[in-house]
Design a protein around this ligand. Structure first.
Ligand code: MG
Length: 203
């Protein structure tokens, strides 16, 4: 199944770059985590790049980000659960992972990423950061999850725009914060997907 048939906001170039980057961290001890899955487009790129036996932990509350709420600009009535009175992308996510034959490589973790990150205990070799894009949510996810990164591991932050006119600032602010910390260094950017490496694996 072509991941681009899944509703979402990741371009093919960004998806291929994610897959290639996941492969580049194969030798590092640690797990693959994504924050913000929506209907699973990015999940399919990440899981498709895994070796047998490896997992992507896909974290999302599946209630939609701010922009996915009714009137939010990116709302999609297909994912409105009338009984619950809220967005629910989990059924679509599950169906897409199943249809792609990747269920054995995807562990869906349903809940708030920051709350989960506070009790997380495994080193992360690859982190795809695409959760809530409000300033508060983006910074909170970063504070909680950046400390789990394995040395030499890779972080990919989605929706990093050079110019404010192109999109919201919080992902770019997280990128700036990461570089300023002295713990991460930028490597490359594909589309709006900014890649960084956790320093300290050598030197
Ligand atoms: Mg995004």
């Amino acid at each position: 199944m072509d991941p681009q048939t899944v509703p979402g906001f990741l371009s093919p170039e960004e998806g291929y770059a994610l897959a290639e980057s996941v492969r580049s961290t194969r030798e590092i001890a640690g797990v693959v985590v994504e924050i913000g899955a929506y209907c699973g487009r990015s999940t399919l790129y990440l899981a498709g790049a895994l070796t047998t036996g490896a997992l992507v932990f896909s974290i999302d509350h599946h209630r939609g980000s701010e922009e996915h709420q009714p009137g939010g600009g990116y709302d999609d009535p297909r994912f409105w659960d009338a009984d619950a009175g809220c967005v629910d992308t989990l059924p679509s996510f599950r169906a897409n992972v199943r249809a792609s034959g990747l269920e054995d490589r995807v562990a869906a973790v349903v809940g708030e990423a920051a709350a989960i990150g506070r009790v997380w205990a495994s080193p992360v070799r690859f982190l795809f950061l695409d959760g809530g894009h409000s300033r508060r949510a983006a910074l909170q996810d970063w504070r909680v999850w950046s400390r789990h990164m394995a040395l030499g591991g890779v972080v990919a932050i989605h929706d990093v725009f050079a110019r404010p006119a192109e999109g919201g600032r919080p992902p770019h602010d997280v990128f700036t914060l990461a570089c300023g910390s002295g713990l991460f260094a930028p490597t490359h950017r594909v589309g709006s997907c900014q890649f960084l490496t956790r320093l300290g694996a050598s030197g």
